[in-house]
Design a protein around this ligand. Structure first.
Ligand SMILES: Cc1ncc(COP(=O)(O)O)c(C=O)c1O
Length: 376
């Protein structure tokens, strides 16, 4: 019996160990150590931003990003329904109202036409989330933000190293965020970052990350913040990872191409779009959606693949269908047919940076067998 193929395997064989040893040897293990600044500067330079604020994970990066904008109760933020709960949670916790839009059936990214249709007198911001490998079509979104004087929060958690019309993902938001969870292109174990250009937003994010200590009078507070700091240990791993980002992106694209070749004749699943007019897919994950005539849903397909030794994950469950948000009174009567369908029929195959060609081939073969079962 061959070994189980996990959905993700990180690659940590660069300078990670050496930099971690440096932290131990010097005693710099907290957030005050020098790797934190190095990592912040490195990511900001890569994305072309004035500054980065390293935090504990991508979820709290969104929390800080949204809080830094100073929204008021009743202010509305438009976001895709097809995303992770972190996005809606940050909006709700900031006291604002999330307003969802559906996604494009091919790219699975938020549909700019729907965004325009949902802009109203209370709209203050658009939260853009780049999904699975292709960026959101940014030009129409940026035009709407200019026209209606809206802020942009850009969740680029999955998209470090990707570009939209040659401009880096993470460079578009008034505040932009990344995650460094082990399935991301650069990992710190757990970690995240907020990127900004405006000095006052950077200062606000730094303050929110660090309990809003008052400069000069440390234990006096005029605003409630959090301890969301990243440690020097995490940042040391991040610096080592960032050195190899281009190589990691090549690996992802190669994995995507190999899956595409192996699955090119299959019509029982929709495969990722290799390229649009504005970007080439980076295949953060290799995602598929079951055709309507496959007689089971994504959860059953995932179970059947697991039985064959292949680890998969379901797609996001839409925000407008989240029990916790519905119970809070959000999204009454809202329907988004594309998000609802892909949530039930979509999943992704093993996509980690440590995946071997043999594992990709085994995963593709297992998918082929499962799809044959689904049409038998
Ligand atoms: C689009 C998106 N935003 C935010 C996050 C949250 O990041 P984290 O897991 O670091 O909290 C993720 C996590 O995978 C994500 O995919």
């Amino acid at each position: 019996m061959s070994t189980f193929i996990p959905v993700n395997t990180p690659v940590l064989d660069g300078n990670e160990k050496a930099y971690l040893s440096e932290c131990i040897d010097t005693g710099w293990i907290s957030s005050d150590g020098p790797f934190v600044k190095r990592f912040e500067n490195g990511v900001a330079a890569r994305v072309g931003r004035a500054s980065g604020v390293a935090v504990a994970n991508g979820t709290v990066a969104l929390e800080v990003a949204v809080a830094s904008l100073g929204l008021s109760p009743g202010d509305e933020v438009i976001l895709p329904s097809f995303t992770i709960i972190s996005c809606a949670a940050a909006i709700v916790r900031a006291g604002a109202t999330p307003v969802t839009v559906d996604c494009d059936p091919l790219t699975w990214n938020m549909d700019p036409a729907e965004v325009e249709a949902r802009i109203g007198p209370r709209t203050r911001a658009i939260m853009v989330v780049h999904i699975y490998g292709l960026p959101v079509d940014m030009d129409p979104i940026l035009a709407l933000a200019r026209k209606f004087d809206l802020r942009i929060i850009e969740d680029a958690a999955e998209m470090l190293g990707q570009a939209y019309r040659g401009r880096p993902c993470g460079s578009f938001g008034d505040v932009s965020t990344f995650s460094f969870y082990p399935n991301k292109h650069v990992t710190t174990g757990e970690g995240g970052m907020v990127l900004t250009d405006a000095a006052e937003l950077t200062d606000h994010c730094r303050s929110l990350r660090n309990l809003c200590f008052e400069p000069g009078r440390r234990f006096v507070h005029r605003e409630l913040g959090w301890n969301f700091r990243m440690t020097n240990l995490q940042a040391a791993v991040g610096v080592a990872q960032l050195e190899r980002l281009d190589q990691f992106i090549d690996t992802k694209r190669r994995t995507g191409r190999l899956y595409n070749e192996l699955l090119s004749d299959l019509d029982a699943v929709q495969r990722p779009v290799p390229a649009t007019g504005y970007a080439e897919n980076i295949y953060w994950v290799y995602a598929v959606v079951l055709a309507d005539d496959v007689r089971f849903d994504a959860i059953e397909a995932i179970d059947r693949l697991a039985a064959k030794g292949v680890g998969c994950r379901p797609f996001f469950w839409p925000m407008h269908e989240q029990p916790v948000l519905r119970e809070m009174g959000h999204f009454a009567g809202v329907r988004h047919p594309v998000s609802e369908r892909i949530a039930r029929r979509g999943f992704y195959l093993p996509s980690g940076l440590g995946l071997t060609d043999e594992e990709i081939e085994r995963s593709a073969t297992a998918l082929r067998e499962v799809l044959a079962e689904g049409r038998a």
